[in-house]
Design a binder for this molecule. Structure first.
Ligand code: NI
Length: 137
């Protein structure tokens, strides 16, 4: 699936997100998903064995904690790539808006089973509702 030709606006996509820790796929390119998510509080510790994970903060402050290296604090405009295999946990004391880029198959809780896990299908449900590859939305 692709949504090549899509033309949207980042803040418009964030406005469509009402649930915390519920990534929304906003674009697909070359097998990578671009997602937006609103987060607050702490996520679950997890790792992605085979995938690096790109984070860009649009609004607020995001802390990425690691087990085996110093934490990274991202403020508005900052970005960071979580290396594959590194166990990490994201946290924000106030609501934070994050852009993520990761391979389409990446589960956002990695190999960790959690009630916070949203399926890829749920993250893409709005695209399918709009006809999937329709570039005119
Ligand atoms: Ni992750």
């Amino acid at each position: 699936m692709s949504n090549a030709g899509v033309h949207s606006n980042l803040d418009k996509e964030f406005a469509a997100v009402s649930e915390l820790w519920s990534p929304r796929v906003v674009a697909i390119a070359n097998g990578q998903h671009v997602k937006v998510a609103k987060v607050k509080g702490e996520f679950v510790w997890h790792a992605h064995a085979d995938e690096d994970e790109f984070f860009l903060v649009r609004k607020g402050t995001l802390t990425i904690h690691y087990r085996d290296r110093p934490k990274v604090v991202l403020r508005e405009g900052d970005f960071h790539v979580v290396p594959r295999g590194a166990e990490h946990m994201t946290a924000a004391s106030e609501e934070c808006w994050v852009v993520l880029v990761e391979p389409a198959a990446t589960q956002h809780t990695g190999e960790t089973k959690s009630d916070m896990a949203k399926s890829i299908e749920a993250q893409m449900a709005h695209l399918q509702a709009q006809g999937g590859s329709d570039p005119t939305r």
